[in-house]
Ligand binder design. Sequence first.
Ligand code: FAD
Length: 351
Amino acid sequence: MNVHRNVQLSELTTIRTGGKVNYFVEVTSIDELKESIRLSRRLMLPLKFLGGGSNIIFPDAYLDMLVVKISMKGISFLENKSQVKAMAGENWDNFVKLCVNHGLQGIECLSGIPGSVGATPIQNVGAYGQEVSDTIKFVNCLDVISLNEISIDKTECGFGYRTSRFKTKDKNRFIITSVVFQLYEQHEPELTYKDIKNAITEIDDYSSLSRLEKLKTVRNKVIKIRRTKSMVINQNDPDTSSCGSFFTNPVLTKQDFENFIGVCDGLNLVPPFYKLNGKFKVPAAWLIEKSGFGKGYSENDVGISARHSLALVNRGGGYNALINLAEKIKSKVKEKFGIKLCEEPVIVRQA
Ligand SMILES: Cc1cc2nc3c(=O)[nH]c(=O)nc-3n(C[C@H](O)[C@H](O)[C@H](O)COP(=O)(O)OP(=O)(O)OC[C@H]3O[C@@H](n4cnc5c(N)ncnc54)[C@H](O)[C@@H]3O)c2cc1C
């Protein structure tokens, strides 16, 4: 395990923030992962784990900590061919592509999401009608405190909309080393999301395609749609200098929703919403736009993507400007609609 000093984190994150970190290691095995934890104890430095850097915002100042990049690789098809184990450091989209090419259904709508396999359970990544928790069987972890390896069944992961126990009560406790997925050899691709359904109905001969061709077609359509929203990382597209959605969609209780509707009536606005397990999900993008922050909004060299009103983009202004803009948006939305927005990415605060 090579220990590096003064590594520039902005080069390892999609939103391109992050100053130099005192210590940095890249681990390629569980033994190295354990060694890195022991190293942080010897150095008495805080530890931070990094996958693909697509959902984390580091301060631009010097960081006196140890950052560990999770790079364990390997994908294996288990006894039952539709069960697949992927090591945490595998690139998520490469994994989706491999599964689709093997005719395995269940994650095709999650094509194009950047980052690593190991980070997907943390916020239960989701897009276009699928969530990763739909196909996770269990998550293998290393307990940072005891250094024991444990397997956590899907039912024990506390999965919810953009959340899990790894993001809440057990935040920083477990390092995900691999994930086992249960995919489907017979199922047709998922076409529940309107944009995908519409794109597919435009294809004349879709129904005559083989199941494998259908899966590949859906994957390609998802990526195509994501590109139009700058949701596929592209060095030539400055709007992809982001963490994807910066805020989660607020989920309101019946009472809070009724209050919100009352506010909207007073403003002559009719909000979009979706029912979710007896609660009401309101699109954060709508709240942000109606609070005066439209697509392409810009201040202090940060702003909102020209193609996606939920994506905050770093145009060179860096961490402080981004956090200030996020706070400004949150307070405007709260003031106008009485709703508190929550950030989706992990924001590392300066010690
Ligand atoms: C352009 C763009 C589009 C996106 N679209 C979507 C989308 O459609 N849907 C969606 O849900 N998300 C989306 N995201 C967010 C992001 O890609 C996902 O959350 C992704 O799973 C993060 O993976 P990562 O490896 O980059 O995590 P990182 O950013 O490296 O880490 C995120 C957090 O997870 C922790 N972590 C990372 N790996 C591990 C591990 N193995 N064990 C324990 N903790 C770990 C880190 O410490 C950090 O706290 C998008 C981001 C971008 C930039």
